[in-house]
Design a protein around this ligand. Structure first.
Ligand SMILES: [Zn+2]
Length: 272
């Protein structure tokens, strides 16, 4: 059974960017763990919410979203301040990620693509680089040799799935036609984020001077119709390029690129 480790910055990153693919892998029996770097304490537009309440709410929502996708609901939180991950030294964050990789020993890593352009969120850029570098060197024993004292041995990560809002060089589209509803179900467990998504959509449409009754009259408390419309439109546009009704796309790196030089590597099995 393969092990998958998802390292992200925020509570709903996994669901938004890879929820269908993760659900598909869970359906194949893969063991999937999620790590969230920040406390998510700034993820609200509601002035009545304080940081502590927001962080606690989002931790619980992360566990519920994970459970819907078939991910271990014992989500690991690294406890960094939301919106300020880039102020953490890269070496520190990379060490945290390498420790996790050596402890969880994944076959597959999912994270933000550190090299995709136009990523506005510094938290995404920071965790992407730290997780990617950690996965590249976690099998090198002289990187953090002190991990051995805790019984953590070097570990080689064979496959990496990188996701991005503006993906470049994507080479893998996953057919999520059978998982699209589950992806939406998982997102809808993030109640405060989905309410915020409706409010943000209303702000955006109003700022654009558009009058779209479906958006204008949407009740943030009844967010599912708008979330479903957004997610299905996005997944349909991605899937269309590969001939699927709904898709998620990734820049995937496999086994240090063996398929480029090893003739037998061309027949690498494809899981999803
Ligand atoms: Zn995020």
């Amino acid at each position: 059974m393969k092990r998958v480790l998802v390292i992200v910055a925020h509570a709903d990153d996994m669901e938004f960017m890879a929820g269908g693919t993760i659900a598909k892998m869970a359906g194949l029996g893969y063991e999937i763990r999620e790590v969230i770097a920040t406390n998510n304490e700034r993820g609200t537009l509601d002035p009545a919410w304080d940081e502590r309440f927001t962080a606690e709410t989002r931790r619980e929502e992360a566990r519920r979203g994970a459970r819907v996708l078939g991910v271990d609901p014992d989500v690991e939180f690294l406890g960094y301040e939301d919106g300020r991950l880039s102020e953490t030294p890269l070496n520190e964050l990379r060490e945290r990620c390498m420790r996790l990789i050596r402890a969880r020993r994944p076959d597959v890593l999912f994270t933000w693509d550190p090299f995709a352009p136009y990523e506005e969120h510094g938290d995404h850029r920071s965790i992407a680089l730290a997780a990617t570098e950690a996965a590249s060197f976690s099998h090198f024993p002289l990187y953090h040799p002190e991990h051995a004292e805790d019984g953590l041995d070097p570990h080689y990560v064979g496959e990496r799935y990188f996701f991005a809002k503006s993906p470049r060089d994507f080479n893998k589209t996953v057919d999520i036609g059978d998982q699209i509803e589950r992806k939406i179900d998982a997102l809808c467990e993030h109640v405060c984020q989905m309410e915020m998504t409706v409010t943000e959509a209303q702000l955006a449409v109003a700022a654009a001077g558009l009058d779209v009754p479906f958006v204008r009259d949407a009740d943030p408390g009844d967010y599912r119709p708008l979330i479903e419309a957004q997610i299905k439109a996005w997944a349909a546009s991605v899937g269309k390029r590969a001939g699927f009704a709904y898709g998620e796309e990734f820049r995937r790196q496999r086994f240090s690129g063996v398929e480029r030089w090893l003739p037998a590597g061309e027949g690498l099995p494809d899981d999803v």
